[in-house]
Design a protein around this ligand. Structure first.
Ligand code: ATP
Length: 304
């Protein structure tokens, strides 16, 4: 079966700056794939190369077997990209905008059922005849997603689609995207909500400074970093020798990293000796965010 996306030896320089330093990545048709990395890692540059908005310095990309440079039209037809920014044509209503968009890709009236399915699936039915500029921010976000899907592309790239959207829209969006994935569409997602990637995506690539630093199934990534964490509520000050083990401290709750389980005894005995009282104790598994911080070394709001 032909791969949805094949990226071979891709580099991209902006002047002397190397934004991508040799990317090799194959995404199979039907995958739900996450592309993660801190700000500036090169995710958007890679997405812009997929859609042909940028030319690579070296290397090749194929979408559903079509080379993005030598067979641009077919490659672009196979791809729907939901961009980060809210860019839209202010002159059309939602349905017109989708039909025009589909028209650019050679789709005519035979595509109208699909247009209506997407409008309904994204909760835009009430707004189908509303002008784009009269939509609220969340509705514009839905319309942009609809626009990217207008020509029924087999490969769908979502560049931070849930940035700044409310919980209701996020759930609706993921329900719809999961349905498309079950129907066979390949989904490639960048998000800074790592719990979304963890729940939705079968496979994850983590990028750092223009390179892929981890590429594996979500399950395997979590398994290979299967260290646990010890969460304690404490009365007293954590002694100095335990400070390097602290992952996070908020009020009286302290989370310790446990590279191995026997470290629990060391921690509890050091606390006893320092006469710190343990008020509560619990163990927790690492999540994708912990793995990400471990591998990419970036923090909190910088994740995207
Ligand atoms: N047109 C350009 N000219 C010069 N440098 C650029 C250009 N576009 C991107 N860069 C640089 O390339 C690097 C990668 O940027 P890119 O936007 O791909 O990162 P990203 O992973 O998408 O980050 P974010 O999460 O912030 O969107 C950054 O250092 C950025 O400043």
């Amino acid at each position: 079966m032909v791969a949805a996306v094949e990226i071979q030896g891709i580099t991209k320089h902006f002047g002397a700056f190397e934004a991508l330093r040799g990317i090799d990545l194959t995404i199979q048709a039907g995958e739900f794939f996450a592309l993660l990395g801190p700000n500036g890692a090169g995710k958007s540059t890679l997405i812009n190369l997929l859609s042909g908005l940028l030319q690579p310095t070296s290397g090749h990309i194929r979408i559903m077997g079509h080379d993005v440079q030598s067979d641009y039209q077919q490659a672009r037809m196979a791809l729907g990209v939901v961009p980060q920014e809210l860019v839209f044509d202010p002159f059309f209503n939602v349905r017109e905008m989708m039909r025009f968009q589909a028209g650019y890709f050679g789709c005519g009236a035979e595509n109208d059922d699909w247009v209506d399915e997407v409008i309904e699936g994204l909760g835009l039915t009430d707004k189908a005849h509303t002008n784009m500029r009269q939509l609220s921010g969340g509705m514009k976000r839905r319309a942009l997603i609809a626009q990217a899907l207008a020509h029924q592309p087999p490969v769908i790239v979502l560049d931070e689609p849930t940035a700044g959207v409310d919980v209701e829209l996020r759930q609706m969006l993921w329900g719809f995207i999961q349905k498309l994935n079950q129907q066979g569409h390949t989904i490639i997602l960048t998000t800074h909500y790592l719990e979304e990637a963890e729940t939705l995506c079968e496979r994850v690539a983590m990028m750092k400074q223009g390179r892929i630093v981890a590429l594996d199934s979500t399950k395997q990534l979590l398994h290979s970093h299967a260290a646990k964490q010890l969460c304690l509520r404490l009365e007293g000050t954590v002694p100095a020798q335990l400070q390097p083990l602290i992952k996070q401290q908020q009020g009286d709750e302290v989370i310790f990293n446990l590279p191995d389980i026997s470290r629990i005894e060391v921690i509890l005995s050091a606390l006893r000796q320092a006469e710190v009282t343990v008020l509560d104790i619990r163990l927790q598994e690492v999540d994708l965010e912990d793995v990400f911080l471990n591998l990419v070394g970036s923090h909190g709001g910088q994740i995207s």
